[in-house]
Design a protein around this ligand. Sequence first.
Ligand code: HEM
Length: 141
Amino acid sequence: MADLTKDEVKLIQDSYRGIKMQQGYLAEAFYRILFRNTPAARELFPEEMSGQLEKFSDMLDFLVNNLSTPWLFTGKIKRLGRRHVNYNAEAEHYELVGEALIQAIEDMAPRTLTDAEIAAWEKAYRGIASMMKDAAYTDAA
Ligand code: HEM
């Protein structure tokens, strides 16, 4: 995470603002794509998804807003990663979730995202997913 440049943080925050301004339901689009691409993932989640949509949206807001100060969220993200073990999330799932999230971001953006914007989102996702996985699946806390 610490290796996101200022420019990358700005690309992410500016493109995220565009998505939010549209009142785009990013979380909804994300789960729709995830369950379409990976139907088996559906049964890991509660039947009633509204609470989940809100929690995921809040977490995304929090992370995007704080990307330039990652030390503020390291502990929170490690704990999130460890909770995911109880949700039966496996290390391999993170790739599928990342693909669905980036696809949803591209779909909901009011204009075509640039390659640099997409690359910045991918890098941020990888950083956060690594933090969660390291905390969840390796002994090192
Ligand atoms: C960067 C990646 C991810 C983020 C930011 C994220 C975020 C969240 C958040 C905020 C919650 C709400 C509950 C809590 O805070 O503990 C949650 C729940 C959940 N997530 Fe994730 N998640 C990620 C990756 C994944 C992956 C890879 C899976 C694997 C399929 C997954 C499956 C679930 C499930 C099953 C729940 C709980 C549903 C329940 O309430 O039973 N998540 N996630």
